[in-house]
Design a binder for this molecule. Structure first.
Ligand code: UD1
Ligand code: CA
Length: 457
């Protein structure tokens, strides 16, 4: 180490096999672009500079990552990996060294990269290599038979039969002193099977100049897998999810089936959390101690406090849920909702942008929107807050200890005062007085002797 660490991420490839109008590195793994995963591992090394080489659709890539710690470099046309790095050369200070990463190899870990960087130095090159049972398609590492020193890298398409039988492959990730890059890159030629400027040909130049070439291996072989097709994308997604699930199990979380959980973001869990099958966590989700998430729930940017159970098929977004709550089955909790402790939200209930205080219950078939609800309120089945007049949203206030009979409409803006009882089937348009029964209902009548119509014989 010691010298300025530069990182160049090659991401100009078209990704033809994805059959997509989206640049390949913008395709999402675990809910964010592949390139964002590579950047995360790269940034963790605290490099001096990060360059990203982009090509076709590059503007879309820049737009997606509007940060100012990256130097974007356009490569057009795309004439190979060596040509790609050549475009970045003006950004590579002579007194540094460069770690080359690929934008379509998203699972590589910081630990593996720092091992490689430690191997290299201002006078040495280092290549991340590994042995694959099936090395087809990769560049092969050819070593000197006696010394086992790396002699060159041969691409699949240029390799002889004997060279193809070598299992040690070039992952593409390498670390090279910048002074050497300035000397070697302009000398690359494209006299090979693909008529491309191969980055891998630098290795021959290093050998010719007696620059030592060291190698390091990734901690796991899946770290170096690249994405060229949707099938490979799906494969990597499963690897990523399996790794995440494994870490949760290690941390003491119960997963009913570790292969049926998806985390697209960050999931933090307290002690003795249980997660049943087919749950999806997006953004940042934080689960307190003894929280139970039953089957088929989707939680996005949610905090759930201790002892709460989310029953099956609930969908919760941008909300906070207190301790010992009971949510679902089939509850939908929309953004900016805040449920206090011991709140019960039942089946087919939708809550939007509302605050509900301790111990209140909305158990069946209701819509509560733009509402501030007090504690110990009981909302009967089929209650609707009519919060929208077609132009504006209005607030409903329901104070402590209110009891709302079933099938009630609360036409906002309206305040249901403390201790109010609302008779079932009411349409409430005016504020109610405290501790009284309020209802709006036509009187029930019976027409004696009335006959139902029937068809003529
Ligand atoms: C490359 C290596 C090969 C290695 C393999 C590992 C070379 C010549 N070959 O082969 O030894 O085993 O990766 O996966 O380096 N890219 C550009 N501009 C270009 C061409 C490529 O930015 O002009 C980028 C691609 O977007 C991609 C990366 O470089 O991120 C690798 O390109 P790819 O065409 O996949 O290289 P391979 O032929 O697979
Ligand atoms: Ca490739």
């Amino acid at each position: 180490m010691g010298s300025k660490l530069h990182i160049v991420i090659l991401a100009a490839g078209i990704g033809k096999r994805m059959k997509s109008s989206l640049p390949k590195v913008l395709h999402e793994l675990a809910g964010r672009p592949m390139l964002s995963h590579v950047l995360e591992s790269a940034r963790a090394l605290q490099p001096y500079r990060i360059c990203v080489v982009i090509g076709h659709g590059g503007e879309q890539v820049i737009e997606r990552f509007c940060t100012n710690d990256l130097i974007w470099i356009k490569q057009e046309p795309q004439l190979g990996t060596g040509h790609a790095l050549l475009q970045a050369l003006p950004e590579l200070d002579e007194d540094g060294a460069t770690l080359v990463l690929y934008g379509d190899v998203p699972l590589v870990r910081t630990g593996t990269l720092s091992k490689l960087v430690q191997e290299g130095s201002e006078e040495k090159c280092a290549i991340l290599t590994t042995e694959l049972e099936n090395p087809y398609g990769y560049g092969r590492i050819i070593r000197n038979e006696d010394t086992r020193a790396i002699a060159c890298i041969v691409e699949q398409k240029d390799a002889t039969e004997t060279q193809r039988s070598v299992n040690e492959i070039n992952t593409g990730i390498m670390y090279i002193p910048n002074r050497k890059l300035h000397a070697w890159l302009p000398k690359l030629k494209n006299d090979n099977a693909q008529k491309e400027y191969y980055l891998t040909d630098l290795i021959k130049m290093a050998v010719d100049e007696n620059v030592p070439i060291l190698s390091a291996q990734p901690d796991h072989n899946w770290e170096i897998l690249g994405v060229n097709s949707r099938a490979q994308m799906a494969e990597l997604e499963r690897i990523y999810q399996k790794e995440n699930a494994g870490r949760l199990l290690e941390d003491g979380v119960t997963l009913y089936d570790p292969s049926r959980i998806d985390i697209r973001g960050r999931l933090e869990c307290g002690n003795d959390v249980e997660i049943d099958v087919n749950c999806l966590f997006e953004g940042h989700v934080k689960l307190g101690n003894r929280v139970k998430i039953k089957a088929n729930c989707v939680l996005k940017n949610v905090t759930v406090a201790d002892g709460t159970t989310i029953h099956p098929f609930s969908h919760i977004e941008n909300s906070a849920i207190g301790t010992n709550c009971r949510i679902g089955p089939y509850s939908r909790i929309r953004p900016d909702t805040n449920l206090n402790d011991n709140v019960h939200i039942g089946n087919f209930v939708e809550i939007k942008q509302s605050v509900i205080a301790e111990g209140s219950k909305v158990n069946h078939l209701s819509y509560i929107g733009d509402t501030v609800m007090g504690s110990n309120v009981n909302v009967g089945a089929g209650t609707i807050t009519c919060n929208y007049d077609g132009a504006y949203k209005h607030q409903t206030i329901i104070e402590d200890d209110v009891f709302i009979g079933s099938d009630t409409q609360l036409v906002a803006p309206v305040k249901i005062s403390r201790g109010t009882t609302i008779g079932a089937g009411s349409t409430i348009t005016k504020d109610t007085p405290e501790n009284e029964l309020t209802l709006s209902r036509t009187r029930q009548v019976t027409l004696t002797g009335w006959k139902r119509p029937s068809k003529h014989k």
